[in-house]
Structure formats: structure tokens, C-alpha cells
Design a protein. Sequence first.
Length: 233
Amino acid sequence: MKINIVKDSKAAGQAGYELFKEQLENGSTVFGLATGSTPISTYDAITASDLDFSNCISINLDEYAGLPDTHEQSYRYSMNQHFFSKKPFKESYVPNGMNDADAEIVRYEKIIAENPVDFQILGLGQNGHIGFNEPGTAFDSRTHKVTLTESTIAANARFFDNENDVPKFAYSMGIGTIMDAKSILLEAFGENKAEAVQKMVEGPVTEDLPASILQRHPNVTLILDEAAASKLS
Ligand code: F6R
């Protein structure tokens, strides 16, 4: 793993932007994207730039089950707001949270098989999840329906009026699907990610800490702020 420790999320945004730029220059055309708060500084740096994704495809990691794309907390809505409305791709895929799970899983895996991901950006859950793959998810999992853990629901409640409004299920690329990406960038900021970062980098590779599998990927870069890196030895 290549580890880049930066001062804060703004500096991380610039560092993340540089990696996207390099990927484009090297001919990458399929970008796996994440939502949540972490990648926003990178997306802001990209959308403020002259990078051109109009010949590229984006494939998002995950989506809440049961939220329509018009819901402000749906990941499709968030991606439109922060990225696609400002910097369009030729095609942008996000799981459809309103589709039946079985059909959506097949549809999404087919999209990924037809468009292998060149570069995947990830955030990190406080419990070490990547995508919505919670602790205990099989390392060889493909796109699947996920039951969100109490800790993830609690962490995401800040975006909803009421914790009861947070969906209990999501559709997510699996860990096996994520590991198929040719190159991966994981970003993590803040002290509340420090323990998961330490275990991801220095702990055993275990399904109890999904991100630990990244130790086995040949091409991973971490962009961490100082707080998230503070427990690394
Ligand atoms: C979202 C995703 C999640 C988040 C993680 C961190 O698409 O895949 O794994 O990256 O929950 O969320 P934030 O960035 O909000 O701290």
C-alpha cells in the first residue's frame, strides 16, 4: 500500500484530484465512485478543474434500498449534486434502490463485467467497512443486498431527520467486486477513522475488518489526514 498523509481534507482533495488526473492521462475510462462525506473534497477539486470525463463511465459502489433517486439522501441524488451535474460522464451507473434485489444484483454485476473498473475510490467505515460491506462479509462476495449494522445506521443518521428514517438495507458491490478494480484509492479523514485505518494497514487480513483485504491488492493508495493516520505505528 502506498500511504500519503496530508494535513487536512482540502489537501486530500487536491491529492485525490491528482490521482484521477493521472488515471485519465494513462487512458483509464471506467471509474468506480463512492458517496458519503469523504470523497467530496476530491470531487470538488475535480469539478472545479478542466478534467474531461465525457468519454468515461462511472460505476458507484452502493445505494440505499428503498430510496428513490429523487430522495435527497439517496446516493444517486448526492452524486448528481456533487459530481455528475457539474462534470458529466458518458454514462453514470448507480444501483437502483427501487428495483427488486435479485434483478438489481444481476443487472449491476453485468454492468461491471462489461465495464471493468480501472480506478476505484473508496471511503472507510468506522468499523472497517468498504462500500456497504459490513464486518463478516465474505471476501469473495459480489454485488449483494446488505443489512446495515446498527453502527452504520447510527453513523448515517446525521444525514436524516430521524434515525428511524435511515434505510435498513442497501445494495452494494461486494468485496470481490471491489478487489477486481485495477487500481484503488481509499481516503479516510478524522480521528474517528484512526482505529479502522490502523487495523486496515497493520492488522491481520480478516473478514472482521473488510478493508484489511486491501493489503492483498497490488495497487492501492491511501490518502489519510493526520488524525486518521494518528494510530499508525
Ligand atoms: C459510500 C460507501 C461507504 C462510505 C463510508 C464512509 O458509498 O461506500 O463505505 O465510504 O461509510 O462514509 P463517510 O465518507 O461519510 O465517512
